[in-house]
Design a protein around this ligand. Structure first.
Ligand code: MG
Length: 172
């Protein structure tokens, strides 16, 4: 097994939609960014890339590349999972925390989990999204932006494959 950790922050801006976990959430502000600024999915991508020792999201999907302007981060997540699978890993589970004062996310969590499940092709029962406030403390508490954290486990299927081949050859 391999563990990965990801963390991301985006600032609020008046003239943007708020997209979290691939869900457009009604709010007075959205998040600034080159893509759709989906801070939750960016943290997940970084956790996946981290676990596979593949660097970070900026290396694979750079801001300087205009083809990523305004792109749905669900597309980036889908591509990240392809990179991870090409390296010989399967995603075991994903756990995440969004940190923000407002808006309340409870009504949208299920749709976020469904979107992440569709993009990663893993079971919804292996994906967790939760949200917390910081009791009005810090930049999230002042509603200046949103932070997201993610941890993932990857299963090294290339090792399993090697083990299976060895077992077959030795008859064990
Ligand atoms: Mg980001």
């Amino acid at each position: 097994m391999r563990i990965g950790f990801g963390c991301d922050v985006h600032a609020f801006d008046e003239n943007r939609p708020l997209v979290l976990g691939g869900v457009e959430i009604p709010h007075t502000h959205g998040l600034l960014g080159h893509s759709d600024a989906d801070v939750l999915l960016h943290a997940i991508c970084d956790a996946l890339l981290g676990a596979a020792a593949l660097g970070d999201i900026g290396r694979h999907f750079p801001d300087s590349d205009s083809s990523y302007k305004g792109i749905s981060s669900l597309v980036l997540l889908r591509r990240t999972v392809v990179l991870v699978r090409e390296r010989g890993f399967e995603v075991e589970n994903i756990d995440t925390t969004l940190v923000l004062q407002k808006p309340r996310l409870a009504p949208h969590i299920h749709q976020m989990v469904e979107n992440i499940s569709n993009a990663t092709n893993i079971l919804q029962s292996c994906i967790n999204v939760k949200a917390t406030t910081t009791e009005r403390l810090g930049f999230t508490g002042r509603e200046e932006g949103v932070a997201a954290y993610a941890v993932v486990l990857l299963r090294d299927i290339s090792t399993h494959r090697r083990d299976a081949e060895v077992a077959e050859k030795t008859g064990s």
